[in-house]
Design a protein around this ligand. Structure first.
Ligand code: C2E
Ligand code: CA
Ligand code: CA
Length: 602
């Protein structure tokens, strides 16, 4: 049984237990100005263990009622001061006492006062002299009725509280106490209706923690839960009273910002949440760092219902993740189109090899000393129904959709075969090599070494003629793991280049430990050598560093003579860029080789 079911059953049990009434304490108030009468009534009723309260006037009776719970009143009619009837009227007009049954005791004739007695609120009238048996029997009946009434009251209170609990459970997330998915949908639905009328800005934030799964897997669900609670608190701390926040499930949260002054304000709140969350979370045994990505959708007439709006915010959240996490992004319909295009491209890319849509272009890398081609970078090209799709668009899609190992293997095998064919045909000397880009996902796929071996075997090239280009961020992502893999690759005789160097965060100690051969200075630094003194300094420093570590330096993206000269003056080893050649389809490479590598005398 879940704890919440048990809780509700406990509440109901307490209210409806058959013994619940045993603890009831019932008072009978007797009111008479003659003390003998009071004693008489008391003596009779005490036989049944009834608890008696006494009052010798109407006024005293009313005071007693104010301070005690009374189940039944037995009252004399004729009293100095307030008469019995007058007292009864006052009792009836009071909220607290109006339902207490009153039995009148009167010495009057049976026929002349009964009507007035009942009118003033009597439930029964006893005539003096009162027969003790009749009195006891009537009192017992009324007390029993009172017990039943109290029991019903208790039960209905228990039911009410159980229902309230149920309602709370139905609307809230148990872990964080925030609203749950269903409830935020309902709230959103109501606000959408209101927002359409008010013309105020309403924003929906869709928030997802970055890499939460990793925390859950490595530190356990308890820590994960503690973190989610802490996140919930932090989110709430930046919101206003009029905002709503829910946990949608897992590590997803939604925030509704209501009545905003402007759209900009939503971005400010999102940034505040991001800033709040990155402050380390101190949990019982751990201090944890998390970040989140937030997608923002604004209410406008385009949304038919709450789930449309939530979808829009969700898709903006993915955009924020793609931008690099710990960011927020606004939803736009363009973005939706992009998402659809990505899905379609992923589907098409899956069939691209079989449909012969992929090809490889080659861009030469030149030795600075003599200007001869020493290598070629292999770059993937994709033509889909006559349209060229750029690698900057399809490579990330291939990575996200898990297609990169398959495409990468195709690249490796075919570029190795191509360089071998050129070597065999005398287009290039036997030491000219091919550089193939390897995505981190491909590297981590588990069977990467087997694939490398297969590419070597199938093509028959010497391992020295293959160089792998890995981006700096991929290499530094998990350097301890990478070292052993790189050692294996090196043992096979294959060279490794660190691509896009300068754009990531390299640790110098790792650079020293990693078995690498080449640093490729990122295009962005090369491009601005002429204009930006900082970039010039960076390029010079990278060349110096590389040489110090015994590594070769390649500068990519060389477009101008000025850049070439500068790189030359700094001692850069190899140049690559449009200045020499754009990447070319395989069939155009022999002619290029002819012009750049004229046959030497030896
Ligand atoms: P990258 O590895 O940095 O490749 C160099 C990119 O710079 C190529 O873009 C190339 O065409 C371009 N480039 C070369 N010289 C110049 C120049 O002088 N000026 C300018 N502006 N650009 C120049 P491309 O072919 O569009 O490839 C883009 C990126 O796609 C590559 O960047 C690489 O990260 C990725 N990529 C391409 N093919 C593959 C592949 O087979 N596998 C993997 N994993 N990634 C690939
Ligand atoms: Ca590259
Ligand atoms: Ca590069």
């Amino acid at each position: 049984m879940s704890t919440k079911t048990k809780h509700i059953l406990d509440i109901l049990e307490a209210g409806t237990h058959p013994d619940a009434h045993l603890s009831m304490h019932q008072n009978v108030l007797i009111v008479d100005d003659v003390s003998f009468n009071l004693t008489f009534l008391e003596t009779v009723l005490e036989q049944d263990g009834v608890h008696i309260l006494k009052a010798s006037s109407g006024e005293e009776a009313i005071t007693t009622l104010q301070h005690n719970e009374v189940s039944l009143i037995i009252m004399d009619v004729m009293m100095p001061g307030l008469s019995g009837y007058q007292t009864a009227s006052i009792i009836r007009s009071n909220e607290k006492t109006k339902y207490i049954p009153i039995i009148f005791v009167t010495a009057a004739d049976r026929n002349d006062c009964s009507f007035e007695g009942y009118q003033s609120g009597a439930v029964d009238i006893l005539y003096k002299p009162v027969a003790p048996e009749i009195l006891r029997s009537k009192v017992n009946i009324f007390l029993e009725l009172d017990k039943q009434r109290q029991l019903i009251k208790q039960q209905s209170e228990a039911l009410k509280s159980a229902l309230e609990q149920l309602q709370h459970y139905a609307q809230h997330d148990q872990l964080t106490g925030l609203f749950n998915r269903d409830q935020i949908y309902r709230i959103l639905e109501k606000l959408i209706a209101g927002s359409a009328r008010n013309r105020t800005v309403m924003a929906l934030l869709f928030l997802d923690l970055d890499h939460f799964k990793h925390i859950n897997d490595s530190l356990g669900h308890d820590v994960g839960d503690q973190l989610l609670k802490s996140v919930a608190k932090r989110i709430c701390s930046v919101l206003r009273e009029s905002d709503f926040v829910a946990r949608l499930g897992g590590d997803e949260f939604a925030v509704i910002l209501n009545n905003l002054e402007s759209r900009n304000a939503a971005g400010l709140v999102a940034q505040k949440i991001i800033d709040q969350l990155v402050v380390p979370h101190v949990l019982t045994e751990h201090e944890i760092l998390v970040s989140c990505s937030i997608g923002i959708a604004f209410y406008d007439e385009n949304y038919e219902n709450s789930s449309d709006m939530l979808k829009a915010a969700d898709s903006a959240m993915y955009q924020a993740k793609r931008k690099g996490r710990s960011q927020y992004a606004f939803y736009s319909a363009d973005l939706e189109e992009q998402a659809i295009r990505r899905l379609e491209l992923a589907r098409a890319l899956n069939e691209a090899i079989d449909k012969n849509e992929l090809s490889i272009y080659y861009q030469p890398q030149l030795n600075t000393k003599d200007g001869r081609i020493v290598g070629l970078e292999a770059l993937m090209r994709w033509q889909l129904n006559g349209e060229w799709i750029g690698p900057y668009e399809f490579i990330p899609i291939a990575e996200e959709s898990g297609l990169i190992p398959k495409l990468g293997e195709w690249m490796l095998v075919n570029s190795c075969k191509q360089i071998k064919a050129w070597q065999d045909a005398g287009v290039f000397a036997a030491n000219v090599r091919v550089a193939v880009n390897i995505s981190n996902r491909q590297l981590q796929a588990g069977n990467f070494l087997d694939i490398l071996q297969r590419a070597l075997t199938q093509s028959g090239i010497t391992p020295k003629c293959l160089e792998l280009e890995l981006t700096e961020s991929a290499v530094m992502h998990d350097p301890d793991n990478t070292i052993s893999l790189f050692n294996e690759i090196h043992k096979m005789g294959i060279d490794i280049a660190v691509d896009d160097f300068g754009t990531g965060y390299s640790s110098l100690s790792y650079l020293r430990k990693l078995p690498i051969d080449t640093l490729k200075i990122d295009r962005s630094f090369v491009q601005d050598i002429d204009v930006d003194a900082n970039d010039e300094a960076i390029v010079n420093a990278i060349i110096g560093l590389a040489h110090h570590l015994g590594l070769q330096v390649v500068a990519e993206g060389v477009e101008t003579e000025k850049q070439r000269k500068h790189l030359l003056s700094q001692g850069c080893d190899i140049l690559q860029g449009y200045l020499f050649s754009r990447p070319l389809p395989a069939e155009q490479v022999p002619a290029l080789a002819q012009s750049l590598n004229p046959p030497t005398k030896n």
